[in-house]
Design a protein around this ligand. Sequence first.
Ligand SMILES: O=P(O)(O)OC[C@H]1O[C@](O)(COP(=O)(O)O)[C@@H](O)[C@@H]1O
Ligand SMILES: [Mg+2]
Ligand SMILES: [Mg+2]
Length: 300
Amino acid sequence: MSDTVEAVLDTLAETAPEIRGGLVGRREYQDGENPSGETQLAADVHADRLLEERLLAIDGVGSYASEERDEVIEDGSGLAVAVDPLDGSSNIKPNNSMGTIVGVYDAPLPASGHDLVAAVYTLYGPITTMMAAVDGTTTEYVIEDSEARSASDSSSGQSPRDSERHVATEGVELPNEPTVYGFGGRVPDWTPEFTDYAREIEQELKLRYGGAMIGDVNQVLTYGGVFAYPALESDPNGKLRLQFEANPMAAIVEAAGGASSDGERSLLDVEPEDLHDRVPVHLGNRDLIDRLEGALADGG
Ligand SMILES: O=P(O)(O)OC[C@H]1O[C@](O)(COP(=O)(O)O)[C@@H](O)[C@@H]1O
Ligand SMILES: [Mg+2]
Ligand SMILES: [Mg+2]
């Protein structure tokens, strides 16, 4: 692992308790919209500012892009980080899981998933964990916050707080016997081909859908299965964004022995056109993704 990637992992571990602490009191929507046309929560904006400041301060990180900003911020030469500061942020109101996704690309953005040198997510569940794919291996860490404190203390002007990451599982692998699935989007908006596939999967696996991709994919990594936010009749590219969400999650799942697909090919093979491109996302055990691609091709 390069020094810069190591520093990115350390920084994300240090920042995670602050983002988590900052959720309290930031549950309301603001006036602004993000580039995808979604209303922003105060928590989205807070996490974005904190991550921009911390990640751009790392030697070897030269640019920062996020789901919450129109343009890439350039700050010298080096690796490019693409961030979903809060994934699943609509879960803040019902107090369910959320997370942060970071792709570290060795190429100007928008970049191919094959340019990722690291892909990371932190999951703010009952405990805070971090999943990182580096050099073809996926590792799960537990993040311990040694000075838990209230959100009101947390602001982007302060120095990182004291937290540590400990390896929980090195070489995470999807179990061979899958048991769970979670599919996003309204069922009447699914394509007929995806609906047929879903009807089959429902007979075999248990539904686990929480409305935050990180939480839902983390269950797939833990129990085996399939997650999808598919192409919709109303939007053939689905909902999730290639640079900030799909590519990093695909790299993590593939390094754990699973597969990813936009419906036809690995998400890592999708060529980006625009920073905020959306793409249909399917992630999980290899045979379930092969069946998905077969089902979509049969109907096409
Ligand atoms: O509310 P829906 O349609 O089920 O969408 C849920 C999906 O949208 C997301 O919340 C989108 O991410 P953001 O919260 O970062 O916009 C995913 O995490 C999740 O899979
Ligand atoms: Mg997201
Ligand atoms: Mg988000």
